[in-house]
Design a protein around this ligand. Structure first.
Ligand SMILES: [Zn+2]
Length: 452
């Protein structure tokens, strides 16, 4: 696969994945197209060697796996993982409110976004809605308004002279996006097109959108929803030489896309002699402690079903390796003092191996050596990251999976700037460089062994 084709496909994936639910659904479609069969956790399974499967949990998380063509219960899994969620603004259950002719939606902050970047953006809404149909069925549907329907205007600098030196953001008061204007009394032609206060409520807005996107469903009532705001601006290549990518949700849809593409590219007959698995958890940005998060039991439960014999499973897991993919901090030219002076990852210079003495990252010297060996074979350079010793360190799903399964793991990721901004930045070569190492990981005949 070529790099520019890869990036174009990545951009399409990003645009079709404004929420974890859409990300999982979009990966499911790609896996299905490549011959993966969907499993339901409530059904009995008859797994066959050489076949590929996937399952989705709670709409927002996905596991895909390919079983080796021969004796899959006796060989390790090449596993990799990422997360589907990104920091965002989530709509509150009783969302609609009016103020000074504006119709606004109450929002909660999901995860740790850079809130200042959410102001003055053309926002849209997407997520899942739970509803009832005319025949009494309960149903979950995904919706995506796909056009700018909301905005959080900044307070003008004339009304806050400290705006550029010390503006704090009040999460309850300052963030409610405006989605419409309401006419109290119909006065002229313009206001005649604006809904009256009594006609506008959030439930009716959602019902109308569902009818538009799912006309075949006879939806009568909205029971609940998980909806998020997102930036409508499409991903872009930028820089004088197109060196960079700017887009929302690079953390961590970049890794989901790399993992999903590598799984589908490597499933042909001749390459199916390895056990492979991709897990894309939800809820990493809020601590991972959910049924579809990396601190939950999902992966363990699945592997127990694939390998019911305890002793075989244990041996298989000990021969497995997990690559935890999540974006890394590249050195920022304006804030280079925030990086460890001897560890300065550059955009477009290869995937970053993340280490932390307190194991906030799962990397060990052994797992780093394994990944470096694979990357070298793929002709890809790697970079090392460690946080400054006087600053706190982030984390990933890596340590949870490594601890939960008792398997060696490495934390790696594409170098990025502006992590958790509404629009993040990476190098235009970085997604493909990461992909090449993962491709090598999945297709290598045996995992490299380290003695001792
Ligand atoms: Zn992340």
């Amino acid at each position: 696969m070529q790099e520019d084709h890869f990036n174009q496909d990545f951009f399409r994936f990003l645009q079709g994945a404004p929420t974890p639910f859409h990300a999982a659904s979009s990966m499911a479609a790609r896996l299905r197209d490549s011959g993966f069969k969907q499993l339901a956790e409530t059904d009995p399974w008859e797994l066959a060697p050489g076949n590929s499967y996937f399952l989705i949990r709670d709409n927002g998380a996905l596991i895909a796996f390919t079983l080796a063509g021969n004796d899959y219960q006796n060989q390790g899994f090449r596993m990799m993982g990422a997360h589907t969620d990104s920091p965002s603004l989530q709509i509150k259950p009783l969302a609609g409110k009016t103020s000074h002719s504006f119709f606004q939606l109450g929002v909660e902050v999901y995860g740790g976004p850079l809130l200042a970047t959410w102001f003055d953006r053309d926002l849209s809404l997407a997520g899942r809605v739970v509803c009832t149909t005319s025949d009494g069925q309960l149903l979950t549907l995904l919706i995506d308004f796909k056009r700018p329907v909301a905005i959080i205007p900044s307070l003008a600098i004339h009304l806050d002279r400290e705006a550029n030196t010390g503006r704090a953001i009040n999460k309850q008061k300052d963030l409610a996006p405006i989605v419409a204007q309401i006419s109290e009394q119909i006065a002229n032609q313009i206001t005649a097109q604006i809904p009256t206060k009594s006609a506008l409520n959030f439930s009716s807005i959602l019902t109308e959108q569902i009818h538009k996107e799912h006309p075949e469903r006879k939806v009568t009532t909205i029971i609940g929803f998980d909806l998020f705001c997102y930036d409508c601006q499409p991903p872009a290549l930028l820089g004088l030489g197109n060196e960079f990518i700017a887009a929302g949700r690079l953390d961590n849809l970049l890794s989901c896309f790399v993992g999903c593409t590598a799984m589908t590219e490597n499933m042909s007959e001749t390459k199916s002699n390895q056990n492979r698995l991709l897990i894309c958890n939800n809820h990493e940005e809020i601590g991972s402690l959910t049924a579809s998060g990396a601190k939950g039991s999902w992966l363990n439960t699945l592997l127990t079903r694939i390998m019911p014999d305890h002793s075989k499973r244990h041996r298989t897991l000990r021969g497995s390796f997990f690559i935890s993919m999540d974006n890394a901090h590249g050195v920022h030219p304006n804030f280079s003092d925030k990086s460890e002076p001897e560890h300065l990852p550059l955009l477009n210079h290869g995937p970053v191996i993340k280490s932390n003495a307190n194991q906030n990252y799962a990397t060990t010297s052994v797992s780093a050596a394994l990944y470096k060996t694979i990357a070298t074979e793929a002709g890809v350079a790697t970079q090392d990251f460690v946080m400054r010793s006087d600053m706190g360190c982030g984390s990933t799903i890596g340590p949870h999976i490594a601890a939960g399964l008792g398997i060696p793991a490495v934390d790696i990721g594409a170098p990025t700037l502006a992590m958790h901004s509404i629009r993040e930045m990476t190098g235009s070569r970085d997604p493909f460089l990461l992909y090449r190492t993962i491709n090598r990981f999945l297709s290598r005949e045996h995992l490299p062994r380290i003695e001792g």
